[in-house]
Design a binder for this molecule. Sequence first.
Ligand code: UD1
Length: 409
Amino acid sequence: MSSYIIEGGRRLEGEVEVSGSKNASLPILAATILNKGNTKLYNVPNIHDTKITQEILKYLGCKIKKNNGKIEINSKKIIKREIPEQLMRQMRSTVILAGAILGRFKEVTFSYPGGCDIGTRPIDLHLAAFKKLGVNISEDSGFITCKCDKIIGTNIDLDFPSVGATENIILASVYADGITKISNAAMEPEIVDLAKFLNKMGAKIEGAGTNIIKITGVEKLKDVSYSIMPDRIEAGTLLCAVAITGGKVKLNKVILEQTGCEIKIENKCVCLKAPKKIKAVDIKTMPYPGFPTDMQSVFASILTIAKGNSVIVENIFENRYKYVSELKRMGAKITVEGRIAVIKGCKKLSGATVESTDLRGGAALVVAGLVAKGTTTVNKIGYILRGYEGLDKKLNKLGAKITIKEEKE
Ligand code: UD1
């Protein structure tokens, strides 16, 4: 995997555009399977995870054409009913494709998904929900086969508001017989985007964005074009990157705010002006509308140079502090005990050679590198490229100095 070489200590300033949301693109790409025709998608970020999803769509039989930021997917002739193991292992959200294939063909085979090692990430809630929808599930040598004659609408009360499970139930229920009601559903904006997309296609989904979602089964869908919502985690990462350098930025295309930064939101833009010194804050990650777990590591980076001590409680994934040992190499003062991290704000960070441990952990190291004295080399940036479209280019546009060192495989 390649590396980012970051010359720290440059104040970032300027204007930059936020890309389309990764976490909305993935379920929406999966949802195109449900339409037995053509779908045009705009604003899909050009990142590893969307490419893998498109590879799986092609494997299934979809025809994909790309031009000028538009992706056209024809899913009329889907011939396969299984997701290849080697692609399934590359990321966790491949599991969402299962709900879409099941919803259309009442049959799907897949293996346990892969993805960043940020916790055990089981799929028990997904499978239990499929069972409640009348699906028979069998497991053989690590492969899971789901089959039924029809999906039968029912009430599903989730034990935890899982984003992926909520999306999978929606996808599997679009063509169901009757009404599916999800209680304790995840309320993330990306779920709202998925429902908006599906409704435009002719599905009948109500309540997305609240904790109760009702899906009334329909018989057919229609061709649509749709533009994916902006990526709020990328927006948050760019804001943190500027804030840590004491800079100023205008982010275009945002839907989005306590560290002493001045933030103005106007007409789909966010302007941030960092204070001379970041203030310490305590955060705890929670399902939406709480603080997003995906921003935890990047936010921890800016707290390393804050005035005072901050406490982070990670409530979503149990293994999301792997980046901490890397930040410590740069001089950060952090102690971790289970789900709690205590950050003692220090005067400065120093450049070091560090290693990405996962997607958002890698981004946290880049943000730290921007303020560190000297050069920081972030190795294994393949993790970062899974979810950020041109992060180095966007930061360089704001005045950072990041180069890529290609590593021969
Ligand atoms: C999605 C996001 C990810 C984000 C996460 C939480 C995508 C593509 N990914 O991941 O970026 O960090 O939401 O906001 O949208 N759980 C179970 N059993 C299950 C499913 C989940 O126990 O069957 C647990 C998980 O282990 C975890 C928690 O529920 O502790 C949250 O997981 P979930 O909301 O499902 O996250 P993902 O959909 O994987």
